[in-house]
Write a protein that binds this ligand. Sequence first.
Ligand code: ADP
Ligand code: MG
Length: 759
Amino acid sequence: MSKNKSSESVKVVVRCRPLSRKEESSGPAGGIVQMDLRLGQVILRNPRAPPSEPQKTFTFDAVYDANSKQRELYDESVRPLIDSVLAGFNGTIFAYGQTGTGKTYTMQGAWLDPEKRGVIPNAFDHVFTHISRSQSDKQYLVRASYLEIYLEEIRDLLDPNHTNARGLELRENPDTGVYVQDLTSCVCKSIKEIEEVMNVGNQARAVGATDMNEHSSRSHALFLITVECSQPGPDGRKHIRVGRLNLVDLAGSERQAKTGVQGERLKEAAKINLSLSALGNVISALADGRSGHVPYRDSKLTRLLQDSLGGNAKTVMVATLGPAPQHYDETLTTLRYANRAKNIQNQPRVNEDPKDALLREFQREIARLRAQLNYRKWRSKQKNEQMEGESWDGDREKETEGEEDEEVEKEAEEYVKLEEQRLEREKEAIRGDEYMVAEEKQRLLGEKERMMVDLRKEQEATEQLTAKYKAMESKLLVGGKNIIDHTNEQQKMLEMKRQEIAEQTRNEREIQQQMLAQDEETLELRETFTSLQQEVEAKTKKLKKLYTKLQCIKAEIKDVNDEHVKSRQELEQTQNELTRELKFKYLIIENFIPPEEKNKIMNRLIFDPEEDQWKFQPLVPAESKSSQMKKRPTSAVGYKRPLSQYARVAIAMGGHSRYRAENIMFLELDVTPPNTTLFDRSKDAELNQSPSLDNSPTKEKGIRKSHSWCQTPKSMTSSSSNVSLAACHTATPAAAHDCLTDFSVRPTAGTQTHHRHLC
Ligand code: ADP
Ligand code: MG
């Protein structure tokens, strides 16, 4: 499975957006970020520091200033990564930076303006253009998924019910790494289709959030593209390579203010900070290289990006900056973050013939459907042969696969037509036969009619099979066939030239950076001094230079220390607030929840090592759940509802008021002789008129005695689990009431049946 085991570092590029109109008007100071595009350096000026303080310089793989074009960034820094994905590597591009610095602009851009299209739409173009220009022996399957992580919950943006559904779970597979369980993935056959998928996801994101800007700065969005490619290898077998591309637009990196917030807001801020600080910790641990433990498990984001950071993937990080002086601190933090990420080493390798390749399943299914179709064709031929006595034309079996596909449908249609004609002819012959008895004629005609119906059914089945086969096959993209490449030769040349230039720029920058580093090293060696005076001068100059460097590093150390102190204070504050809340919850538990209830809850808690958190066990144990849920409770004829265990206990307990579900109190009417007039009595009788009531003894007395449905003999034991009422489907409630008194106790097999009369 592994090829090319060499490791390579995460590519880090920095982009600075132009000053916004508001920023321009608010301060005359201008931007604080300067860029040296040739060397790939960012120079940051501290607006609060005296001019004598040295500026901070950072070097990256590439830098893009305010005038940079979307296309430049794509061609220079992203294109090689997408090419690797198409060759079967895993690839990740993530945009990191403060809110409003251009993460979404870089990743998505303005779709309608070709100049402003971001990394994602350009990647779509790139993938499908590559497929259309590749050789025709290659088959591709492209899938897309879209998810967001908000408050440590994974939401599927392509699932229409995602807003009501619970967050998705992460799972780990030894072969493919961490993946999201049950995530929707859409097979896309063209740029248009994949753009549609993106739009659907973006809309779902906007609908789920009340304020899109606010929401997008607090949630991480991941667009995943899987490209599977099958190509015949030298061994003659088809080999599949799977490239996975993660396009990540992270939440704003600014710290969520936690001071003064409580409860849900505090937890929300803590969770948002959590995933980004977890990402920072992972980057630090990897960049450091010495700490053995990398805290991937601290957040969902870091688990999902596990392969992209220090694993099997090629990764590009785009750090975005704003040039405004008021964001100096955040800009510096972003630059430090990006600088650290440069040191991460990944081990990308081609994913060859993985077990879970969907393309393989598709190919198998297509082969199966084709075999079924061919069998049908063969069967119809055979029938034809039997009917007409023709000999089977063996030569025709030698048709090639492709031709066969097209022929199958045509021949099936032809066969049906011929058969129909033949049956019609036979029917006519039967009708015209004067010597046949009418009954016999009818029977034969009926038989032919049945044959006709069967034939049509068969045809329908074949049509369905063909449709399914075609639908499956259309999902696979064949190199240079399915997608028509609209670009002409001139445009293609232009594209290639542009790519070459991008490649050259990249190489030049690399060489420049190397030269700079070497210069500093070799300067010392090359120096020869003619006089002592010259040597003193040179050494003094060098000393000054080194002193400046020392000052820079000291300032850096101080900055880092300050930052650490600040984040520690913040963490302590969060801890204090969370401890306070925890104590409050404990107080409620100790004082308001009965100990037995607490124990029940505690007993249901289990630790899920997969998720790294405590979870509740379901109330019904998982294995017996299905059987218990399916079993219908034993109904008791005449009762208003099926008998539960509770009710059975109630019956066994007798008329204990605790178990009474209705008529909790017996409100016996006074047994005083009625002193109503005849008129009233007859009216009353009319109201309660019912044939079965006529000879009810209670009615006679004008008193209706209240019975509880759970009135039972005292002698009954609680183990009489299959107590049921004798059949008494009497229509009226009063009659049913009387029937309540007639119990039949059906004990378990082997014992005798008793009948008890309660009244
Ligand atoms: P984020 O996603 O980081 O919060 P956005 O991408 O929404 O930030 O960018 C904020 C604003 O800045 C948008 O109006 C966007 O058009 C503008 N912007 C960002 N980067 C650039 C750039 N490189 N060139 C021009 N405008 C930009
Ligand atoms: Mg954004």
